[in-house]
Design a protein around this ligand. Structure first.
Ligand SMILES: NC(=O)c1ccc[n+]([C@@H]2O[C@H](COP(=O)([O-])OP(=O)(O)OC[C@H]3O[C@@H](n4cnc5c(N)ncnc54)[C@H](OP(=O)(O)O)[C@@H]3O)[C@@H](O)[C@H]2O)c1
Length: 257
């Protein structure tokens, strides 16, 4: 599975001050960053197994593809459930780190976690590696002891007074306060769907891996929800290439903003 086992190939990097040159080609968003999501799915559209256990169904090339997408961004965004299940560090390899530095970027994208309940385990790998700053967006529901433990781990914790985080607002804060122009959203499906419904996804990188899982209880890109999206989302193919038995697609998402 994409994020779980892709994380095994992650490299570390050290954070530093930033100066940007490489963003000139990005569509400049005034109020929020450009958001590019990356997923792998089976031929029958499954992104993991029914019990969400890590399963390695993509190639090394696909894992490198995920890291390259991550390395293009100023911030990598992940849902709490994917963080828990896959336990990634969300870093990049040394060669990608060096390329960023040459382009005048920070060595690695900042790492952003969203959780409504805020019951985040401070022992997860993302907090053990000082690859880049970790930002957590959660709510007043986060238990006090968790807040304390995460701050001890040097994570920057943003808590809203609401019961659920506001994804639009998170993107605005990332743009305004952290100068983030491009976000690499690495799912999972619940987060992706929420962002899609709000018109917050601009691009989708999709790897089709040569497997079929079957079953109704393994999530697709938009999760397990039986509900239709409020409106169908138009995707336009921008790029497509095949490596071995895998197909790498990039779509532009034509959602309303
Ligand atoms: N194949 C792939 O490319 C790929 C990519 C990513 C993930 N995955 C797999 O997907 C599975 C997890 O996906 P998932 O869909 O269960 O979870 P997810 O999208 O990773 O995380 C959902 C969680 O994010 C938090 N959240 C906070 N605000 C949210 C909002 N507005 N909308 C949505 N979520 C919000 C909530 O955390 P709290 O519960 O803490 O409130 C929510 O339960 C894992 O098995 C992972 O391996 C596969």
């Amino acid at each position: 599975m994409k994020s779980a086992n892709r994380s095994k190939a992650e490299g570390g990097a050290v954070s530093a001050s930033r100066k940007r040159k490489g963003s000139q080609r990005l569509p400049l968003q005034r109020t929020r960053p450009f958001v590019s999501a990356t997923f792998a799915m089976t031929v029958d559209g499954k992104i993991t197994t029914r019990d969400f256990t890590p399963v390695d169904f993509t190639s090394r090339e696909d894992k490198q593809h995920l890291f390259r997408q991550r390395a293009l961004a100023d911030a990598v965004l992940i849902g709490h459930s994917t963080l828990k299940h896959d336990n990634p560090r969300l870093g990049i390899s040394e060669d990608l780190r060096q390329k960023r530095i040459k382009r005048g970027l920070t060595p690695a994208p900042i790492r952003v976690i969203v959780s409504n309940e805020g019951r985040i385990d401070s022992q997860l790998k993302v907090f053990q590696w000082e690859v880049s700053p970790v930002l957590i967006f959660s709510t007043k529901r986060m238990p006090k002891e968790v807040r304390h433990a995460l701050r001890e781990r040097k994570a920057k914790v943003h808590l809203s007074e609401t019961n659920n985080v506001d994804l639009r607002k998170i993107l605005r804060i990332l743009r305004r306060d952290y100068k983030v122009r491009r976000v690499a959203c690495e799912g999972g499906p619940i987060l992706f769907r929420s962002m899609l419904e709000l018109g917050l996804i601009d691009e989708l990188n999709l790897t089709i891996a040569p497997h079929l899982f079957g079953g109704a209880n393994a999530p697709t890109l938009t999760g397990l929800s039986k509900e239709f999206l409020p409106a169908s989302v138009k995707c336009v193919v921008k790029k497509m290439h095949v490596v071995g038995d895998e197909c790498f697609l990039t779509y532009s998402i034509k959602a309303r903003r």
